[in-house]
Design a protein around this ligand. Structure first.
Ligand code: PLP
Length: 392
């Protein structure tokens, strides 16, 4: 798979493309087929024996999926990758492939809701325990590590608190203890941050978010070291959470515009975060590139820009938060993020409602907190919508 691109990020996102067919198509065509044909018995035998690299069945590989994987692999400066039907398919596969009964996981407390469910509800069924640490308590890791600790798992920025974890420190810690370092890089995208540079062994994405960027398809991908990816590939191929060729085709096209989209998302988010911070109806704003963010210096060090997610609290707690949301007209009330449309959610009563109030506070969610995914509409229109709702 690995083909080190000689081009810069933006160029390889556009110019990495599967081979042209006899039709000489310019734009990559969609290969909507479940299987591929063989000339004779010998070709079929050799293909199954992996003596030659070719497509057999689309649960194993498909030209559209391979193109998508190759692009993300280059963008993350990884060696290889595996695509999945969704981000959670990728997260689960990484645990199921590399963890055994009796293993232990160290994870930052603030993780995506379904990832939290894997740690607390499903992994314990197979005798795998998780210890959570606070995002700013990396110094405590030496006390939390156990002889059976197999991996350390984090997201940065976190969802929805947009906290930043020190990837370099975590990478060094993982290396020292010879454990796997897995990073969910969904909020940053490889355009803003490449965790492999800081020692990550596996980097996971929900491609559903900024990679698609237009709220159309679900997808997931994991990239990393070749030997690990080989194991993960065999798990994916045998258990079936493969990405569909159609979704891979959509995602591969989307990556061509990732850099320009993410640039605009981030520029608008910073403008809006600054305005929110000055607004009299707002208690606090958290955005990685605002100097008021608790890990601002770290964000500047490891990210190119601040991302498109802002969290903030409206004065007056839960009631005001809900009133504010009901007055919003342009931004959508929806569960997605990283879409071209700006999206507002109230984490406490929706995405994180399964957590107790104490657990919510541990991951930085207050009752009145709002999560805003800044879209690609003009930032003045987004701001006017928020401002009107804040004054109402
Ligand atoms: C959405 C999300 C996921 C899950 O991705 P799906 O594609 O919805 O399965 C995982 N991690 C983070 C940080 C996410 O935002």
């Amino acid at each position: 798979m690995e083909k080190k691109s000689k081009f810069k990020f933006e160029t390889s996102a556009i110019r990495t493309q599967m081979e042209r067919s006899s039709f000489s198509e310019h734009s990559a065509p969609l290969h909507l087929t479940s299987s591929f044909v063989f000339e004779d018995a010998e070709e079929m035998r050799a293909s199954f024996a992996e003596e030659k690299e070719r497509n057999i069945y689309s649960r194993f590989s498909n030209p559209n999926t391979s193109e998508f994987i190759q692009k993300v692999t280059q963008m993350e400066e990884a060696e290889d990758g595996v695509a999945f039907a969704s981000g959670m398919g990728a997260v689960f596969a990484s645990f199921a492939t590399f963890l055994n009964t009796g293993d232990h996981v160290l994870s930052a407390r603030a993780v995506f809701g379904s990832t939290h469910a894997l740690f607390t509800k499903y992994l314990p069924k197979w005798g795998i325990d998780t210890t959570y640490f606070a995002v700013d308590a990396i110094d405590s890791l030496e006390n939390l590590i156990q002889p059976n600790t197999k991996c350390i798992y984090v997201e940065s920025p976190t969802n929805p608190g947009v906290d930043i974890l020190d990837l370099e420190a975590l990478g060094k810690f993982a290396k020292k203890h010879q454990i796997l370092f897995i990073v969910d890089n969904c909020f940053a995208t490889p355009y803003l941050q490449q965790p492999i540079r800081f020692g990550a062994d596996l980097v996971i994405h929900s491609a559903t978010k900024l990679m698609d960027g237009q709220g159309r398809v679900l997808g997931g991908i994991t990239v990393g070291k070749r030997e690990l990816i080989r194991e993960l590939y065999l798990f994916a191929r045998n258990t079936g959470a493969s990405l569909s060729p159609f979704n891979a085709w959509v995602l591969s096209k989307s990556l061509e515009t990732l850099a320009v989209r993410v640039d605009r998302h981030c520029d608008s988010a910073l403008i809006i975060a600054e305005k929110l911070e000055k607004h009299p109806q707002v208690n606090w704003v958290k955005y990685p590139f605002l100097p008021s963010h608790p890990q601002h210096a770290l964000a500047l060090k490891q990210m190119k820009k601040g991302g498109n997610i802002i969290s903030f609290e409206v004065k007056g707690g839960l009631d005001s938060g809900r009133k504010f949301i009901n007055k919003i007209q342009l931004c959508s009330l929806s569960a997605n993020l990283g879409d071209s449309r700006s999206i507002i959610t109230h984490p406490s009563s929706t995405t994180h409602s399964k957590l107790s109030e104490t657990e919510q506070l541990e991951v930085g969610i207050t009752p009145g907190m709002i999560r805003l995914s800044v879209g690609l509409e003009h930032n003045e229109d987004i701001w006017n919508d928020l401002n009107k709702a804040l004054h109402a």
